[in-house]
Each structure stands twice: as structure tokens, then as C-alpha cells.
Design a protein around this ligand. Structure first.
Ligand SMILES: *Cc1c(COP(=O)(O)O)cnc(C)c1O
Length: 824
């Protein structure tokens, strides 16, 4: 009876979708055709779509439970998901139906879909990687669950005022979130503060964590739909609540206000995402967030394990916890705390289970990004965990000392506790020592990790170190973001590439085919026109769609060197001013990206880009030759608009500093040619597309290291007239006539302070590479051929490949079919 009643509501045909949509508009949202807004219509459609996936969602979770499978628990403090509806509808193979159904009732699917605000619970690459991994794990039918925090406010909204970044809160839940389901029954108590107290039982000391100030974590679940399959995985995000509405003692003592204050304090915990990317903030609230989400997730994991199993020895056969960076590294002491303190396991057994069920992904070598918590803060917040970490450390130090007797420097470097300048807990060391796998995210990054930052550890545990080159999901970054290109590819080679991206090679045989080249050019041009329309509509700036689009969109950070591209634009400016009849390829430079609110240099670079854009706009000699646009509020939904329109992908980080990059892969898939350094995954992109289909310049990572000690940026300034002229325009306030001196810090970093990111060392090589690229662009047929090779050879960079490697080499989970058996 239940079944029949439900089936009527969730048919996959147009008519039943329309019925469902109208039902939700009327009965859920209480609107009629006169009062319904676009937001209401979006919500009604989202609920109708959600109705069509909940059965699969429930069945998937039941299927995993019944088959008692090993599960991957992907712990990440960030999930940069973006919009859900378009992606869900595509993965449910429901997009045509949706479009036709909406058009039947006079609505536009493409408009409704884009009413949704981004779920922007991440800063950049690290958070977006987690989102791509969720898509791939579901599509590969892997029993996985994502664990994170349901921030009330995601990454701030960026607007620009007089060229300066302005941050506004991202109140993404204002209209409600139709994709999440609250689970108040899944609430866990998370203790903080208090003290560790010994208790003797039969001559053995046990430790109790007492006198705590607990907070409650409650689960919100979001479905993650696998492409073209039945599997719908779970993303479980935790929100903080006070333990009870009122402390009755406080209430009766008359401290009503204090009781409410406590409640507000508790709920502050998951208020906001820390907006720094690749920089360690070191704030106490952040450490609280980390423990809060680790504790909730581990309690949930242990609860599920106990429901299905009775032997702790099988824990590593049922659970694998992958840590996305060190943010979840408290999983290690937390598992030990539960095994030893709560389950009375002996230390060695608990340690074996912990190590065998954890893996750690490192995301950066930048020293300023490494998490180190002051011991004093740690001790106050997590006294028992600090004790456990000391115990792990003393056992570990003994092992190292036994292998390297007398090597005290090595002991100091490998210790989980750093003594100077401030006694602190090294989270990366905990993650490596407490897990069976440590991986980097691109070949070069994993090599530098092994031979550099973590050399001592890779000497000690060589079998633990491995590489998993990042990838991105072709469902969002090609099929959804670039429907024109996806359609052309489908018409040419079919659909196989969507879940097996190596098959995209099939278009390579047409690289020299003039008709196919023309189709590729038409797609790119249409995407460029669509982006120029968006820029006109939102910024009132006109961009010529027939110019060459060079795009650098990513977080603004000195190591990513937006400044190097800005300097090159000044070089072009000078060349054209010196010779107005110079035959140049018309070019548009498109920037986008947020600067961390406290990162003054990054914010100044945003200002500089705007000032350069303004000067160029003002000058009639540059009209139709040079254009600079900064598109504010770079985020996933904006990336989906921008990347398909790019001719050139700018990936110019100082070699050795970008762990992998994933933006680079999205651009390649969408037929942009890369101009880049030999850094991160650029190296592997070059290996895939071939040297002749990419523009590589600059020092290698090894050369950057070798040069450091003798590097003198003035040398380039003094010996290269073109470089000096470009720098001097900034220095002499040509771009800041009305705000003289504002760019002094930029010039100081570039010259007096030694140019840590080596812009000057790579500048000439960048100019040469740019000019070669400009020349190549003049031959549109050969350029398009190169673009086709880039698309055709992007198979390696699907996150499906990355996830398959994680699973085959680290997780060892079984793909699990949960589709109902077809009755014969
Ligand atoms: C892919 C992506 C990133 C990462 O870009 P990189 O160029 O690899 O730094 C950052 N932000 C958003 C919104 C993205 O989609």
C-alpha cells in the first residue's frame, strides 16, 4: 500500500514532475500563481526533484547496511559544492524531462535552476576537491559518507568598491535549503575543557574526562547522487546546539541571561567558515570546530560499527577514515580516547586499529599553512587528548631513538610536540604517525613531500607515502558547465566518456578535421558570447568576444602570482603605447578570486588589477586591443560560466608551491590551452597533452630552491628595460594618481624584500612564452587543433581515476550495487 501511494508521487515522466511541482508550490509553500516568486518556483522544483531521489537514497543506505560493507568516511572541514539542482538532475538523467516539463507550464528550466544560491562551505581547491570526490565516489558506487560542518555562513560574498574588496556575510540558508534533511535523532554530546582524572580499576589506571562544558552536535544530511546509477550517498554535516535550552540551576539562581549566553556561545561554534586558504589562522574557535566535527563524526562511525559488528578487530575492515588535510587529524587521538577510555581496549590494540583505519592527504608544503596548536590552548580545551598525544609521542620517540640512537636533532624534528618558539602540537606529525597512508596530490608534490618537508617520516615509514594526483568530476565541469561542448562530444563519440573519461580520446582523430574544428570554434565562441553577456549584465562592461580570453581565476595569493600576469599586461600596454600601429592579437584578461580578509597584500593586488583595468579603459589607443576585467565573487557557479569561455588557462604559481591545482584540469577539459610553470599537476598535464600543446615557462621547483640563496630581484630590474619600465609605472603611481603611494608595499616585496615568490626571475621567460602563444593564436586552425588535443587528452584528470586509485591502493572498499533486482 505504501509503495503504490508513493510511486504515484515520484514518476520520472513530465506529467508527474509537473504534478509534483504544482503540489509543492501549493501545499508546501502555500503559494498560487499570483504570489509565487522565482524563489518559490525554484524551491517547488527542487522539492519535486528531491522526491525523486529519496527512495534511492534510503535504498542505498539500507543496501550498504544489509551487505555490511566497508565504508569510506571522508572527513573534511570544507565541501565547496556549489549549486545542487542542475547537478542532481543531470546525474538522475532527468534534465530533458525537467526542461520539457517546465516549458509545458511556461517556465524556463535554465532560469529556475540558477535561482539556487551556492553552497559555498569551502575556500577553494581543497573544498572543491572534496565535492568532486563525493560525486565520483557515488558514481563508482562506493559506500562513502562525507563528514563536515554545516556552517551558517559559508565563504564571504565579495564585492568591489573603488577597486577594493569588500566582504559581506554569505547567508546561504536565508531561503531554507531544500536539499538537506535535519536529523535531530542523530545528536551527539561533544565535551570540551574540564580535566582528565585517574581511576584505579584492578590495579590498572583508567582516565575519565570530567568537569566538561559539553555542546551538542546535530546531523543534517544531503544526498549525493551518483551519475546514471542507483547509488545516492550521504553528506553529513554537523551543526552545534547548546546541551539544553536552559540550565535549570542557573535559571533558578536567577542567572537567566547567563544561561541564554551559554546557548549563544554554543551555537557560535558552527556559525562561520574560516576564510583563509593555505594560511593557518590559529584561532581557538577553529580548534573547537575541528574537535567538534571530529567528535560527532567518530561517535557516528562507532555507533554504526557497533550496530553491525561485535568484534573490534574488524574495525579496519569496516571503516576507513580519510583526512582531507590535517584539519580532521584529531581523529587519531579521538579514536584512541574511545578505544582505550570508553571501550577498555589495551593501548597497543587500540593503536593498531587506529593506524590501520586512517589515511591522511597533505595539501600544501607552504610553512605558513601547517597547523600547530599552542599546547596551552590544547590543554585547556582537550586535556585528555593532550595526554593521549603525549603518550603516542613518547612511544613514537622511543621507536625513533631505537632506530637512530643519539640522533637528537631527528627526534626534535619528528616529535609531535614542537618546543620552540612556542610549545605546540604539530598536527601533520600526528596525521602521519597515526595513519597507514600519507599522500600528496600531484606527482611533484608527493616527491617534494617525501624528499623535503617529511623526509624524516618517509625514511622511517617509506611504505606509508604515496601519490594520488587530483582530478575533477567531468559531470559538473564538462557535462553541466559546458552543455555545448558536451553535446558536440556526445554527437561525435557517444556517452561513454561521462563515466570513463579516457574514452574522450575518441575525438582526437578529428583534431585536423576542418568541419570538427569549426564546430569546436563555434562552441567556444558561443560560450564567450554568453560570458560577455553576463559581464555586460552584471558589471556593465563590454568585452569583445572575438578577442583572446586569458583567464586567471583562483584564490588571490602571492604564490599564485596574479601579480606576474598584471605585470605582463603592463608590458603589453607599454608596447602598444610605444607603437600604436603594432599588430597585436586583441586580448581580454579575466581575473577572479577572493583574498582572505586579513591578507593585505592579496587585497592590494586586487586593487592594482582594477587600477590597470581603469587606465586601459580610459585610453582610446587601446580600445579593441586590450581589456582587463575582474569578475567579483568567484565561486563554483561562476567558475561554471567562466571556464568554458577561456582560450587560455593561466597557471603561473612559483614552481614547488602549488600542490596540484584543479582549476588547471577544468580548463584543459574545456579546451583552453595552458600557459604555466612546471608546478603541481601542470607537469602531468604537459605529459598528457605533449610539449607542443602547452606553453611552459620559468624556473623549475629545483631551480627555485637552488637560486634562493643568491637571488637578487634587482638584477632583472636593472638589466631588462622592459621589465623595469613595467615596474616603474606602478612605482611612479601611474596606476594610482589619486591615491599616491598605495602600491609601495607591492614594489617593496618585488624588490627591497627579495621577491620571495620570484616574479622577477620568471618575468622575461613569461613574456617570451606569452608572445609565442599570441603568435600561435593567430593560426586559428592550428590553435583549435591544439585545443582538441587538450580536450581529448584530459582523461587522466577525472576524479573517477583519482578515487579508483585511492580505493585500490588505500581504502579497499567494494563498489556496491544497490539497485533493486529486475523482476523477470
Ligand atoms: C576549482 C576551483 C578552485 C581551485 O582552483 P585552483 O586554480 O586550482 O586554485 C577554487 N575555487 C573554485 C570556485 C573552484 O571551482
Amino acid at each position: 500500500m505504501e509503495k503504490a501511494a508513493v510511486v504515484d508521487q515520484i514518476g520520472m515522466d513530465e506529467e508527474s514532475l509537473i504534478r509534483s511541482f504544482l503540489f509543492h508550490l501549493t501545499c508546501t509553500l502555500a503559494k498560487d500563481k499570483y504570489t509565487a516568486t522565482d524563489q518559490d518556483r525554484y524551491q517547488a522544483l527542487a522539492l519535486a526533484v528531491r522526491d525523486r531521489l529519496v527512495e534511492r537514497w534510503i535504498q542505498t543506505q539500507q543496501g550498504y547496511h544489509h551487505q555490511n560493507v566497508k565504508r569510506i568516511c571522508y572527513l573534511s572541514l570544507e565541501f565547496l559544492i556549489g549549486r545542487a539542482m542542475g547537478n542532481n538532475v543531470i546525474n538522475l538523467l532527468l534534465e530533458d524531462t525537467c526542461r520539457k516539463a517546465m516549458s509545458q507550464i511556461g517556465l524556463d528550466w535554465d532560469v529556475l535552476r540558477d535561482v539556487e544560491s551556492d553552497a559555498a562551505l569551502g575556500n577553494g581547491g581543497l573544498g572543491r576537491l572534496a565535492a568532486c570526490f563525493l560525486d565520483s565516489m557515488a558514481t563508482l558506487k562506493l559506500p562513502a559518507i562525507g563528514y563536515g560542518i554545516r556552517y551558517d555562513y559559508g565563504i564571504f560574498k565579495q564585492s568591489i568598491d573603488n577597486g577594493y574588496q569588500v566582504e559581506e556575510p554569505d547567508n546561504w540558508l536565508r531561503w531554507g535549503n531544500p536539499w538537506e534533511v535535519a536529523h535531530p535523532e542523530l545528536s551527539f554530546v561533544v565535551p570540551f575543557e574540564g580535566r582528565a582524572e585517574p581511576r584505579r580499576v584492578n590495579g590498572v589506571t583508567h582516565w575519565d574526562w570530567v568537569g566538561t562544558r559539553p555542546i551538542v552536535g546535530m546531523a543534517y544530511d544531503t544526498p549525493i547522487v551518483g551519475y546514471g546509477c542507483f547509488n545516492v550517498n550521504n553528506l553529513r554535516l554537523w551543526t552545534a546546539r547548546a546541551t539544553s535550552e536552559f540550565h535549570f540551576q542557573d535559571f533558578s539562581r536567577g542567572s537567566y541571561v547567563e544561561a541564554v549566553e551559554d546557548k549563544l556561545m554554543a551555537e557560535n561554534l558552527t556559525k562561520v567558515l574560516y576564510p583563509s586558504d593555505a594560511v593557518y589562522a590559529g584561532r581557538e574557535l577553529r580548534l573547537r570546530q575541528e574537535y567538534f566535527f571530529v567528535s560527532c563524526s567518530v561517535q557516528d562511525i562507532v555507533r554504526r560499527f557497533k550496530a553491525d559488528a561485535n568484534d573490534w578487530s574488524s574495525f579496519p575492515d569496516k571503516v576507513f577514515v580519510q583526512m582531507n588535510d590535517t584539519h580532521p587529524a584529531l581523529v587519531v587521538p579521538e579514536l584512541m580516547h574511545i578505544f582505550v577510555d570508553k571501550e577498555d581496549m589495551d593501548w597497543d590494540k587500540a593503536w593498531e586499529l587506529t593506524v590501520n583505519s586512517c589515511g591522511y592527504t597533505n595539501h600544501t608544503l607552504l610553512p605558513e599553512a601547517l597547523e600547530r596548536w599552542p599546547v596551552s590552548m590544547f590543554e585547556r580545551l582537550l586535556p585528555r587528548h593532550l595526554q593521549i598525544i603525549y603518550e603516542i609521542n613518547s612511544r613514537f620517540m622511543r621507536k625513533v631513538a631505537t632506530r637512530y640512537p643519539g640522533d637528537f636533532d631527528r627526534l626534535r624534528r619528528m616529535s609531535l610536540i614542537q618546543e620552540d618558539p612556542e610549545k605546540s602540537v604539530r598536527m601533520a606529525n600526528i596525521a602521519v604517525v597515526g595513519s597507514c597512508s600519507t599522500n600528496g596530490v600531484a606527482a611533484i608534490h608527493s616527491r617534494l613531500l617525501k624528499d623535503g618537508l617529511m623526509k624524516d617520516f618517509s625514511d622511517f615509514y617509506p611504505e606509508r607515502f604515496n601519490n594520488k594526483t587530483n582530478g575533477v568530476t567531468p559531470r559538473r565541469w564538462l557535462l553541466k558547465a559546458n552543455p555545448r561542448l558536451a553535446t558536440l562530444i556526445r554527437e561525435t563519440i557517444g556517452d561513454g566518456w561521462i563515466t570513463d573519461l579516457d574514452k574522450i580520446r575518441g575525438i582526437e582523430r578529428l583534431a585536423k578535421d576542418k568541419a570538427f574544428q569549426k564546430s569546436i570554434q563555434d562552441v567556444k565562441y558561443a560560450n564567450k558570447v554568453a560570458l560577455t553577456d553576463y559581464i555586460k549584465r552584471t558589471l556593465n562592461i563590454s568585452v569583445p568576444p572575438n578577442s583572446m580570453f586569458q583567464v586567471q581565476v583562483k584564490r588571490i595569493h602571492e604564490y599564485k602570482r596574479q601579480l606576474l600576469l598584471a605585470l605582463y599586461i603592463i608590458v603589453l600596454f607599454n608596447r602598444i603605447k610605444a607603437n600604436p600601429s603594432l599588430d597585436v592579437v586583441p586580448q581580454t584578461f579575466i581575473f577572479g578570486g577572493k583574498a582572505a580578509p586579513g591578507y593585505h597584500m592579496a587585497k592590494l593586488i586586487i586593487k592594482l588589477i582594477h587600477q590597470i583595468a581603469g587606465v586601459i579603459d580610459y585610453d582610446p589607443q587601446l580600445k579593441d586591443k586590450l581589456k582587463v576585467v575582474f569578475i567579483p565573487d568567484y565561486r563554483v557557479s561562476l567558475a561554471e560560466r567562466i571556464i568554458p569561455a577561456a582560450d587560455v588557462s593561466v597557471q603561473i604559481s612559483t614552481a614547488g608551491m602549488e600542490a596540484s591545482g584543479t582549476g588547471n584540469m577544468k580548463f584543459q577539459m574545456n579546451g583552453a590551452l595552458t600557459i604555466g610553470t612546471l608546478d603541481g599537476a601542470n607537469i602531468e598535464i604537459k605529459e598528457e597533452v605533449g610539449d607542443e600543446n602547452i606553453f611552459i615557462f620559468g624556473l623549475t621547483a629545483d631551480e627555485v630552491e637552488a637560486r634562493r640563496s643568491s637571488y637578487n630581484p634587482y638584477h632583472y630590474y636593472e638589466t631588462d628595460d622592459e621589465i623595469r619600465a613595467a615596474v616603474d609605472l606602478i612605482r611612479n603611481d601611474f596606476f594610482s594618481l589619486t591615491e599616491p603611494g598605495i602600491f609601495r608595499p607591492i614594489i617593496a616585496n618585488l624588490l627591497e624584500h627579495g621577491d620571495y615568490y620570484m616574479h622577477m626571475a620568471d618575468f622575461r621567460s613569461f613574456i617570451d612564452s606569452q608572445l609565442k602563444m599570441e603568435a600561435a593564436y593567430r593560426d586559428q586552425s592550428s590553435w583549435t587543433e591544439m585545443a582538441i588535443y587538450n580536450i581529448a587528452r584530459s582523461g587522466k584528470f577525472t576524479s573517477d581515476r583519482t578515487i579508483a586509485e585511492y580505493n585500490n591502493e588505500i581504502w579497499h572498499c567494494k563498489p556496491t550495487d544497490v539497485a533493486p533486482k529486475k523482476s523477470s
